[in-house]
Design a protein around this ligand. Structure first.
Ligand code: TEU
Ligand code: CA
Length: 540
C-alpha cells in the first residue's frame, strides 16, 4: 500500500538546478549534477526534493518562463537524464516534486506565438487580451510585480496582453476551458513519467477578473513590503481582481482529481500574496479536494522573527483553516537567505543558524529547506555587474534582487566550491568555501551535521511531523509549545536570543529528550538555556 499521507510533515529539499552541480563544464548546473549529488540530500534525511523549473525556456526568469512544458531545456539535459534522476531518487528513498509554472508561459511558447499572431487564430483567447482605453492607455490599473503596468502592447493584435511578472511572461487565460485541458495534460505527462508531486508556482494567480476591474488602493496602514521591495508600487494595491479569484477553486479541484488517478501524489502551492496569504493557503488546503499543502510568505519576509510573531502566524493559519496544512520555509530562491535576513548583529552565526533550523523543523506543518541552508550559507554580496536577475536589475539599488541566494552550492573547499570546472554563471563567494559540504562532513559541531542530527531526531518522534501544536505561556525571548500525537506529548522550548535565558518547566513528569544536539542545565523545576539554546522533553 503506498503511503498517501507521506507529505504530511514531510521535509522537502529545494534544488535550484542552475546552481546545484555542473557536470558538463558550462558553468551552469544540470540534471546529471542533481543525480550525482542526491546522496547528500538523502543523507541529510529529507523526504523529498522539489526541483525548480528545468523545462525548455529562454531563461529570462531562469526557467519560470516556460516555452515547452514537456521537455527538458538543453542547458539542463534531456528527458532521459530526468528519468535517471527519478530512478536514483527513488532508489535513495526520495520523492521527486517538480515545479509547474501554469499561470504564465514564456512569450516564446508556441501557444503565445500563435495567440499573438491575430485576433482570430485558434489560440486567440488562450492569453488575456484586452483593448486599450480610448486614450490608448492600458485597460486597467493592474501592476506587474517586476515593475510597471501589468499590460504590454502588442503591435500586431493592436491589443494589450496581461503579464503579472516580466513582459516576456504572458498570463494564460484559464477562463478558457481548452487552456485548462492543456495544463492538465502537462500534469498528466509528468505523472506518467513518474514524479511524486508538484510545487505549483503562483497558484493564486491562475485567474483574473473577467470584467478587468481596477484594484483598489491599499489603505496605508495595511501596506506591507513582504518579500518585495518597499519601493514597489505593487504593494500599494489591494489584489482582489488581478489574482485570488474564486474561480480558481474549481480548477484546483480538477488538478487534484488528475493527481488522485495516481498513487500517493502530493502538491504544494505557492501563494504569492502579502495581504491574505494565510487565508488563501488555508482555503486551498481544506476539504481534501484541492492542494495537500500551501505556503505563504509569512516566514520569507524581512521582519525578524519574534516568539510572539511565530505563534501568531501559526494560530492565524489554524484559525483560518482548522483542517488546512501549511508548508513552512525560511528561505528559497526568491528571498535573502534567512541567516542574513534575520542575523544582522548576531555574533554566533552557527548557533543562530542551528536554532532557526530546529525551530523550523519543530513547527506544525511540512517544511521546505533551500539548498545551502543546511550549510548555514549567508546571502552573497554581488556587484551590479554580476547581477542576472531582471527583478534585481529593475529595482537596484533599493532592492538587490534574488541573485544573492542563487549562487552555486559549495561542495568542496576548492575554487568555486567544486560546483563547476568553468566560470560559474554567478560567482561563488570566497566566504562560502569554508562552509562546503566536505568541510562540514567531519565536524560534528557543524551546521550541516546539526541539520542531519535534528532531522533524524525529528523522525524518531512522529509528533513533530503529525502532531497538534499548542503554544505555552513563555516570556520573550523564549518560545515554547507542545506537540501532541497519540500518546506522545512533546514540550519544545527555544531561546531566540544571544543572551542566556531561564524558564520554569511544566510541572508533572517530564523526561528530557536527547539526540537533538542542544545542551541545557536543569535544576529543580527550572531550566537555563544558553544563547540560541533549545530544550525538548516528553511529558507524561
Ligand atoms: O514567485 C512568485 C512571487 O510572488 C515572487 O514574485 C515573489 O514575490 C518575489 O520573487 C519575491 O522576491 C514565483 C517564483 O518563485 C519566482 O522565482 C518567479 O520569478 C515568479 O513566480 C514568476 O514565475
Ligand atoms: Ca552544465
Amino acid at each position: 500500500q503506498p503511503d498517501r499521507d507521506w507529505w504530511r510533515g514531510a521535509v522537502i529539499y529545494q534544488i535550484y538546478p542552475r546552481s546545484f552541480q555542473d557536470t558538463n563544464g558550462d558553468g551552469i548546473g544540470d540534471l546529471r549534477g542533481i543525480t550525482a549529488r542526491l546522496p547528500h540530500v538523502a543523507a541529510l534525511g529529507a523526504d523529498a526534493i522539489w526541483i525548480s523549473p528545468f523545462f525548455t525556456s529562454p531563461m529570462r526568469d531562469f526557467g519560470y518562463d516556460v516555452s515547452n512544458y514537456t521537455d527538458v531545456d538543453p542547458i539542463f539535459g534531456t528527458l532521459e537524464d530526468f528519468d535517471a534522476l527519478i530512478a536514483e531518487a527513488h532508489r535513495l528513498g526520495l520523492r521527486v516534486m517538480i515545479d509547474l509554472v501554469l499561470s504564465h508561459t514564456s512569450d516564446q511558447h508556441p501557444w503565445f506565438i500563435e495567440s499573438r499572431s491575430s485576433r482570430s487564430n485558434a489560440k486567440a483567447d488562450w492569453y488575456v487580451w484586452a483593448d486599450s482605453k480610448p486614450d490608448g492607455t492600458p485597460p486597467n490599473n493592474w501592476l506587474s510585480i517586476f515593475g510597471g503596468s501589468a499590460w504590454a502592447w502588442d503591435p500586431t493584435r493592436l491589443q494589450y496582453y496581461l503579464h503579472n511578472f516580466l513582459t516576456s511572461q504572458p498570463d494564460l487565460n484559464l477562463h478558457n476551458r481548452q487552456v485548462q485541458e492543456a495544463l492538465l495534460g502537462v500534469e498528466r505527462f509528468w505523472l506518467e513519467r513518474g514524479v511524486d508531486g508538484f510545487r505549483l508556482d503562483t497558484i493564486n494567480f491562475y485567474f483574473h477578473d473577467k470584467q478587468l476591474r481596477d484594484n483598489p488602493a491599499l489603505a496605508p496602514e495595511r501596506r506591507n513590503a513582504s518579500t518585495a521591495p518597499a519601493v514597489n508600487p505593487y504593494n500599494y494595491q489591494e489584489h482582489i481582481y488581478d489574482k485570488n479569484r474564486p474561480e480558481n477553486v474549481e480548477f484546483l479541484k480538477r488538478f487534484r482529481a488528475v493527481m488522485d488517478e495516481f498513487p500517493a501524489i502530493a502538491a504544494v502551492g505557492e501563494v504569492g500574496d502579502s495581504q491574505r496569504g494565510l487565508e488563501i493557503a488555508g482555503e486551498y488546503t481544506s476539504g481534501g479536494d484541492k492542494m495537500q499543502m500551501c505556503y505563504a510568505f509569512e516566514f520569507l519576509a524581512p521582519d525578524a522573527l519574534t516568539p510572539g510573531g511565530i505563534a501568531e502566524v501559526l494560530l492565524d493559519f489554524q484559525k483560518a483553516a482548522p483542517e488546512g496544512w501549511a508548508c513552512w520555509a525560511f528561505s528559497n530562491h526568491d528571498v535573502v537567505r534567512h541567516v542574513s535576513r534575520w542575523g544582522g548583529g548576531v555574533a554566533n552565526h552557527d548557533a543562530h543558524a542551528k536554532l532557526l533550523a530546529s525551530l523550523l523543523m519543530s513547527l506544525r506543518g511540512s517544511v521546505c529547506i533551500y539548498q545551502g541552508e543546511e550549510l548555514g550559507l549567508s546571502e552573497a554580496e554581488l556587484a551590479y555587474e554580476d547581477l542576472q536577475d531582471p527583478y534585481g536589475i529593475q529595482f537596484w539599488p533599493d532592492f538587490k534582487g534574488r541573485d544573492g541566494c542563487r549562487t552555486p552550492m559549495v561542495w568542496e573547499s576548492l575554487p568555486d566550491g567544486g560546483f563547476s570546472s568553468a566560470r560559474p554563471w554567478l560567482p561563488v563567494p570566497e566566504s562560502h568555501l569554508s562552509q562546503a559540504v566536505a568541510a562540514q562532513e567531519g565536524d560534528p559541531a557543524s551546521v550541516m551535521q546539526h541539520y542531519r542530527r535534528f532531522l533524524y531526531f525529528r523522525k524518531a518522534h512522529p509528533a513533530f511531523a503529525k502532531g497538534e501544536i499548542e503554544f505555552v505561556r513563555t516570556r520573550a525571548p523564549l518560545l515554547g509549545f507542545l506537540r501532541t500525537h497519540g500518546d506522545e506529548k512533546l514540550f519544545c522550548l527555544f531561546n531566540m536570543s544571544e543572551e542566556p535565558a531561564a524558564a520554569e518547566l511544566p510541572s508533572g513528569g517530564l523526561k528530557p529528550l536527547e539526540g537533538h544536539g542542544f545542551i541545557s542545565d536543569i535544576k529543580d523545576n527550572g531550566i537555563n538555556l544558553p544563547a540560541w539554546g533549545a530544550f525538548f522533553a516528553r511529558l507524561a
